[in-house]
Design a protein around this ligand. Sequence first.
Ligand code: PLP
Length: 394
Amino acid sequence: MMNKRIYMDYSATTPMREEVLEEMMEFMKTEYGNPSSIHSFGRESKNAVDTARDRIAKTMNAKGKEIYFTGGGSESDNWAIKGYAFANKNKGNHIITTKIEHHAVLHTVEYLVKNHGFTATYLDVNAEGLIDLEDLKKAITDETILITIMYANNEIGTIQPIKEIGAIAKENKVAFHTDGVQIYGSGKIDVDELNIDMMSMSAHKLHGPKGIGALYIRPGIRLDNLIHGGAQERKKRAGTENVPGIVGFGKAAELAYEDLEERIEEKIRLRDKMIDGILDNIPYTLLNGHRTHRLPNNTNISFRFIEGESLLLSLDMVGIAASSGSACTSGSLDPSHVLLSLGLTHEVAHGSLRLTIGAYTTEEEVDYVLEQLPPIVERLRQMSPLYEEIQGGN
Ligand SMILES: *Cc1c(COP(=O)(O)O)cnc(C)c1O
């Protein structure tokens, strides 16, 4: 049992697929040219970058020239929001977002407000993590230039009504950016049908390498550069291309969309087994996020009378790797801003556990978690004075 290691943290990052590694290796060992060079080494690299761009574009009904590579999801969010705000500040200074965005969006908007004279509306969400479309419509003013709302939430898995949001943005001639990092590779996306003007992606969330991401930018959308320098990425993002990373991202994207529907179904089956298995067998539990408008891989549950941190440590001791919120919030004692936005008390938010499954998750692993969890929860609760009181009352 000591050697058992079960990874239930796919929303934090994912293992790379063998096929991805293999393609990348060639561009580290043999075809290591700089895509800007005119010799054969350079040409091979440039072709590989173009192929990756096309592979990614194809998955979302876009064109290769609309995909720009970045250093990851955080950079894509920063670029979309700051780049758009700076390039369009003559049109207005108001940005609309939500209270449950990833910090890469939230802190970027806060920075623009604090240091560059922009104003922002942070939309509330309901108890299941959904925004109210009427709130969005009401928030739009003559000054609004950008709506940035995440596609799916990394902590609670809730999927927003993106098509409706895109339609509202289009009707009001406001640009629409979505942080698609969690959905990309796990859900079907058509940027035209959804009226998405910009979308952030990150390779390491879909079995690709870390430190490489992309931003989809619709033609006609103007962005200031974030990184100035050479003429890479059609003069919009300087720096020698991370060719192995880009190649790996392209391959990971292609693989993710090959048999998407089947894999979604299987993940939903295992996810629901996990959710029901916990809610049915452990008292004083509560599912966070929407029951069905939810990422196929996400289980997020609050356990009353427990500290999430101690739960994580106990699970780690039996080989289960999970998260208490997002990777960024663990390590700090502040409860997650996402869970608080759902209306949870600090106490309940602190007792939350996120289990996210992925391509390599087996039914046996889900069963193992369902077997290990109840006694751990019971043992931890025995140490809680509040729990003792409640039990004593029975
Ligand atoms: C992981 C994540 C990011 C950040 O992506 P990095 O590639 O790690 O910088 C941004 N937004 C969401 C929703 C994420 O899950």
